[in-house]
Design a binder for this molecule. Sequence first.
Ligand code: PLP
Length: 395
Amino acid sequence: MSFSRYFQSQPSPEEILQRVQGYSSWIEVNLDNIGYNLEQAKNISGVEIIPCLKKNAYAHGIAPVTAYLMSKGVKRVLVAKLWEARAIRKAGLDCGIINMDPVYTDDQYKWIVENHISQVSYHRESAEKLSNTASELETDVSVWVKVDTGLGRVGVRWNEAVELIEYMAQLPYLRIEGLFSTLLEDDMDFTQIKRLKEVKNELTARGIQVPTLSIASSHGIFLRPESSLDAVRPGVMLFGWYPMPEARTKGVELRQALALKGRLEHVKWVDKGTPLTYGGAFVAPKRMKVGTMHMGYSDGYLRQLSKKGIVNVNGKICPIIGGVSINHLIIDLSDTDAETGDTVDAISLTGANDAHSLCEIAGVEPYQLAVWMSPITPRVYYLDGKPVALLEPEL
Ligand SMILES: Cc1ncc(COP(=O)(O)O)c(C=O)c1O
């Protein structure tokens, strides 16, 4: 099994912990929590889960997350960038991959066919190119057709879809694996579901089988039971984040999977009146103990948390003082006995500084937090309380 080989190829737990000793900032990913959220998605929808792992699995690190999801029975995942598909195959993982990234060059088409990627296509030209490339390589290629049922972003418009898919279906080396669409997340949703089903029914009437029909992401799973169809594509909820505030009222517990940690680079006492950070954004109101972390918004600690954020230092909640800069943030440590080198939980799994709370303080959505998490911050993966995988940045 490719996922067991992936985990077997990782450094030992002792070595992982040893390497963490040298990090100034790092992300910890709790895989059990992702497994728990996956179960919630299965229980609510009752259909196949095709995890959406865009933006490097919402910043959690695409290869280890994919390996773990495979170990939990996931057969195929959805990616938004070809780099993500490449990272999964480079890690030796052989699950199905549906790539939404548009492709332009012959080399990209060739790589897709050779690596058994299911490509999203909704133009005759790209479908022909896929079929011809598969023919040259003496194999076939599967595609997912994006149908624009009303969102107006990408995809073949629903009223032109049957004609296009009928054309695609007769291309000799191309297999239609699924049709998918994205909801507007408002009252139009019901019309969109109807339109997608009508496309499938008309194709069936013309003798063209569509194995999988999908329209729901996390929002649909929580708020539109009728949108489950054959498969759902949760992204953000798998990582423990509610897609929107109403989802919190549905009685479904989600468990955050990502924690951001760092060490105190420098701890000192400053006198009353001492200005701290650019522009003297904070002026010490009294003699106080301050700590500087070698972590900032380049790691993903939101800049909007300047003067507002909180961190957890040895179990105590401490405020961020002054601005969050690229690589530094300063904390009031007056009520702690913290020392240089101590670990600080910048984003905790639970508590006052968990991801949801910090997003509320910062006035951003969890999606934005995920997008800002840095690819050059190392990631450590825990299963059953033990470190089982490590991703160190490659530049
Ligand atoms: C096509 C598609 N499906 C599923 C998702 C997952 O969405 P969410 O993270 O809201 O579950 C996305 C994310 O933007 C998407 O583009």
